[in-house]
Design a protein. Structure first.
Ligand code: ATP
Ligand code: MG
Lengths: 240, 307
């Protein structure tokens, strides 16, 4: 469904990604793990068009999207819940979700049941329902994180990119986020997940890639990576 | 007492014009952190196009039946469409490239240049003299009696206040209640994230320029009947509205209205009680005060440095 072929990207002169190749098959959950600054966020940004890669191809359902701007990539069904939440502070919680469905409401993607999908997000995150009229900028960090994830779901995406959906959440909420990811996986949503809780990510994922200094150092089924001694030492040691 | 009310009322009417133009600055600043320094010329062009349109409509065989008032109302949609298109031209030629290459000052020069070009164009088409704009409302002042005070107002001044409020409320309503309007707010909040939603933010910025010039053109036909219409009529208005935008802040519609009223009222009061020669001074002092107290400016740090 999503395929990166030898992607390189940089900020100014600093090369950050040096030939990344990875595949996210349809209906599967793939996770990308790596230490801080490895280039995980940059990889997701390259995929969703927030950053134009210098070389390489990104195929979404067989079509190269590596040169398209974000809004055209979204039209092809890719949703990205970015690092740092990036919700719209001056819009209400509900309007943020409506923005997630912008393409469906404006006829660029099939409309489906937008109201029903908003209710579904509210079922996933009841705290958002209680606050649906509140300006999103006044939500707590954790609530904003839920909103960012809910907003991405509102596209009815073919592929969903999640960048640290549990960042800054209390342990109880981290569990909830992973429960949500499990549920999305059961709904067969194709996902690429970046997570600081590598153990939990490898628990839910089908397949994993380990990113080190802008290169894929290791990859394999999640089960295999969980047992890999190098991965255990570097990313799972004593962690959650 | 009566004269005070009269002055305040005139100040409100002038202030609403400043407010509407400043509102236009704010529309594009919100989405793109840039603004059109040719806003005064957009106003003048709107008024001149309106003048030609109203004379044309009134000049047709129906003119005598519908009168100037209806001719004026029929002219307004044409002026709005013209302003809208003029704004997209400014964005396309003067701003888009600067935004793409993240030039911090390029748009300042290019919008000033476009303003000059538009002004020259207008001078060539309509001449250099101030032209009389037919007034859609009686020009004689009405007497307003508040019991404790009695003062005279020109009907057109009232129309300016209501017209200015109406256009601002219409734009605010659009932004708050429609999906496209929410997309404008989303783009203003976080352009990259708005792109992730599938919003074509380049289009949104172009649209905000269109709306900005539309409001300026509308302001042009609002003031035209009580002033002389010509290519340079917007220069001072545009500058004062810029001061209002800085005083009131470029982030809230409320701010520019309040800023406009403050400036408009201090001007008329100074003009009467001190000297008409000092009319512009209090506004400038206010501007300097705001800049001194909030050195980063209500305008945002990066931009003010470049200015
Ligand atoms: N806007 C930027 N400008 C310059 N360098 C950047 C920028 N964003 C990221 N970098 C650099 O690129 C490298 C990769 O950053 P990236 O955000 O992709 O890491 P990450 O794997 O997501 O890390 P984390 O786990 O901390 O989120 C880092 O060295 C970072 O300093
Ligand atoms: Mg990151």
């Amino acid at each position: 469904m999503l395929e990166l072929d030898n992607i390189s990207a940089s900020y100014g002169k600093v090369a950050v990604l040096q030939g990344i190749s990875l595949t996210v098959p349809e209906h599967q959950l793939v996770t990308l793990i790596g230490s801080n600054g490895a280039g995980k966020t940059t990889t997701l940004r390259a995929i969703s068009g927030m950053l134009r890669p210098q070389s390489g191809q990104i195929l979404l359902a067989g079509e190269d999207i590596s040169t398209l701007p974000s809004h055209l990539i979204a039209r092809r069904g890719l949703a990205h819940s970015p690092e740092g939440r990036r919700i719209f502070p001056n819009l209400s919680v509900k309007d943020n979700l409506i923005m997630g469905a912008f393409l469906r409401l404006t006829g660029k993607r099939s409309r489906g049941d937008v109201a029903g999908d908003i209710e579904r997000v509210f079922t996933l995150f009841p705290r958002l329902k209680e606050r649906h009229k509140q300006l999103a900028g006044t939500l707590s960090g954790g609530e904003q994180q839920m909103l960012a994830m809910g907003r991405a779901l509102m596209l009815n995406p073919r592929v969903l990119l999640l960048d640290e959906p549990s960042m800054g959440l209390a342990p109880k909420l981290v569990e909830e986020v992973f429960a949500t990811i499990h549920r999305l996986k059961a709904e067969k949503i194709t996902m690429l997940l970046v997570e600081q809780f590598a153990a939990a990510a490898l628990e839910v994922a089908d397949y994993g890639y380990v990113l080190e200094n802008g290169k894929i150092a290791l990859s394999g089924t999640a089960a295999k990576l969980r047992k890999d001694s190098a991965v255990q030492a570097a990313y799972l040691g004593g962690g959650s | 007492m009566s004269i005070l009310f009269q002055l305040i009322f005139s100040g409100i009417s002038v202030g609403m014009i400043y407010g509407v133009i400043a509102f236009g600055y704010q529309l594009t600043f919100a989405t793109s952190k840039t603004l059109n320094f040719g806003q005064g010329e957009a106003l003048a062009l709107g008024a001149l196009v309106g003048l030609t349109a109203i004379n044309f409509i009134f000049g047709t065989i129906w003119g005598t039946y519908i009168g100037v008032g209806w001719s004026y109302l029929l002219m307004i949609p044409l002026v709005l469409v013209f302003g809208f298109l003029q704004g997209t031209v400014v964005e396309r030629l003067g701003v888009r490239q600067a935004i793409t290459i993240k030039s911090e000052a390029g748009w300042i020069m290019s919008t000033i240049a476009l303003g000059i070009i538009f002004k020259n164009l207008a001078e060539n088409i309509w001449g250099r003299d101030g032209l009389k704009f037919p007034s859609p409302l009686p020009e004689a002042a009405m007497t307003v009696n508040l019991g404790f005070a009695e003062f005279r107002v020109q009907p057109m001044e009232l129309a300016i206040i209501f017209g200015a409020l109406a256009i601002m409320l219409a734009v605010e309503f659009f932004n708050r209640k429609t999906v496209f309007g929410k997309a404008v707010i989303a783009t203003a909040n976080d352009r990259e994230a708005a792109g992730l939603m599938g919003i074509n933010t380049t289009r949104v910025i172009s649209f905000s320029y269109a709306l900005s010039s539309l409001t300026a053109a509308f302001a042009g036909v609002l003031v035209a009947p009580i002033t002389l219409t010509g290519a340079t009529m917007g220069v001072v208005l545009g500058l004062k509205a810029f001061a209002v935008a800085i005083i009131g802040g470029l982030s809230s519609g409320m701010g520019v209205v309040v800023g406009g009223l403050i400036l408009g009222i201090t001007e008329t009061l100074t003009g009467y009680y001190i000297s008409s020669g000092y009319r512009d001074v209090p506004g400038l002092i206010l501007l300097l005060l705001v800049l001194a107290i909030k050195p980063s400016g209500l305008f945002g740090r990066a931009t003010i440095k470049k200015l």
